[in-house]
Design a protein around this ligand. Structure first.
Ligand code: OSB
Ligand code: MG
Length: 374
């Protein structure tokens, strides 16, 4: 595919309600969108980096710099036929996986359109609907959280994940479990605990949780394996898993029993598929995480979630939970059964509302094959 133009945009999108984790609060998203024109088709990608480097080392501004100065020019100089060629093309740059994923995923979108098949079909997806859960941030008070859970269960979501941290954990879980003894419940600590909190974490076992996500350090396998030996609740790793090798290490060391796959965190569809396959071959279940994406990143998450081993409900939920107005058409909707139906039109399956994107854009750069800097 000849690449005719790569455009990078930063769009500002206010969340309909703040989202608080153990590492901070997000109110307004600064999202980078990649638009690639190729032979009359347009592919879109989204960079899932946060506004500040608190989830991973990347943030909106580092991704802007790396895409405009390095990755964009590298890709613009090539004519990839397949999304799967992107890791090789972008290999010279270390890390910066969310920046790479924004470009690579746009190429996969283009490839699917060129082939006239859905992105789900292109990557080998087999599921026609996907199971949805919600990730609920730290709330002002327990009654407010209970009201939110009630609303989400009413909407049909199949699993509730609660963000936890020291001081917002045991009491919250007691109150939630006493009201809803049967719901599928999990927690995500985003690295809020230390190994010396092990005895405290063992108390989580009484709540029959589906999993506890990333209790310890963001870059750890070993101490999670020590914790998992003592804990009955399955550990799920998120932050620690960057690629297939990490997946093999985590499984080998028994650091986790479940893996959260995020397209941005692993660098795009190629590596996400490799992580999925490695986990599946070893009998480890996976699910698709979320990073407060706009409809573009969300459409990619939906396609990814159709791979066979995505057997647990993901953090992929309706557009309206995040945005007053999403930048895709139709918006992502979730049925009363808590499912998203997979579109079967070519490519990502949702149209981009380019007028709205233009209106939300605060900066825009056309990327050329020659590096602007260096
Ligand atoms: O750890 O899964 C996480 C959001 C931002 C950063 C990290 C995480 C999350 C979520 C939200 O849990 C998932 C979503 O609803 O998009
Ligand atoms: Mg997480």
């Amino acid at each position: 595919m000849r690449i005719d133009a790569i455009t990078l945009r930063e769009v500002h999108m206010p969340l309909v309600r703040p989202f608080e984790t153990s590492f901070g609060v997000t109110r307004n998203r600064r999202i980078l969108l990649v638009e690639i024109q190729s032979e009359g088709l347009t592919g879109w990608g989204e960079c899932t980096a946060g506004e500040r480097p608190f989830f991973s080392e990347e943030c909106t501004d580092t991704a802007w710099a790396v895409i405009t100065q390095e990755l964009g020019p590298m890709l613009a100089a090539e004519s990839p036929e397949h999304g799967g060629e992107c890791p090789r093309i972008l290999r010279a740059v270390r890390g910066n996986r969310m920046a790479k994923a924004a470009l690579e995923n746009a190429i996969w979108d283009l490839e699917a359109q060129r082939e006239g098949i859905s992105l789900s079909k292109l990557i080998g997806g087999v599921q026609e609907t996907i199971q949805c859960g919600v990730s609920l941030g730290i709330h002002e008070s327990i009654p407010e959280l209970l009201a939110t859970i009630e609303r989400e269960l009413e909407a049909g979501y199949q699993r509730v994940k609660l963000k936890v941290k020291p001081g917002w954990d045991i009491e919250v879980l007691e109150r939630v479990r006493s009201r809803w003894p049967e719901i599928v419940l999990s927690v995500d600590a985003n690295s809020a605990y230390k190994l010396r909190d092990s005895d405290h974490l063992l108390e989580f076992d009484q709540f029959d949780l589906l999993m506890i996500e990333q209790p310890l350090w963001h870059d750890d396998f070993y101490f999670h394996s020590l914790l998992q030996k003592r804990l009955n609740t399955p550990i799920c790793l998120d932050e620690s898993i960057h690629n297939r090798r990490d997946t093999l290490a985590a499984i080998e060391m028994e650091s986790c029993q479940i893996i959260n796959i995020k397209l941005g965190r692993v660098g795009g569809f190629s590596e996400a598929i490799a992580v999925h396959n490695a986990a599946q071959e070893r009998g480890v279940r996976v699910w698709c995480g979320g990073m407060l994406e706009s409809g573009i990143g969300r459409s990619h998450n939906i396609a990814l979630s159709t791979l066979e081993d995505f057997t647990l409900p993901g953090d992929v939920s309706a557009s309206a939970r995040y945005w007053a107005e999403d930048i895709i058409e139709p918006e992502v909707v979730v049925s009363k059964q808590g499912e998203i139906a997979i579109p079967d039109t070519p490519g990502r399956g949702y149209d981009v509302r380019t007028d709205l994107v233009e209106k939300l854009t605060v900066r825009k750069e056309q990327i050329r094959a020659m590096a602007v800097v260096g």
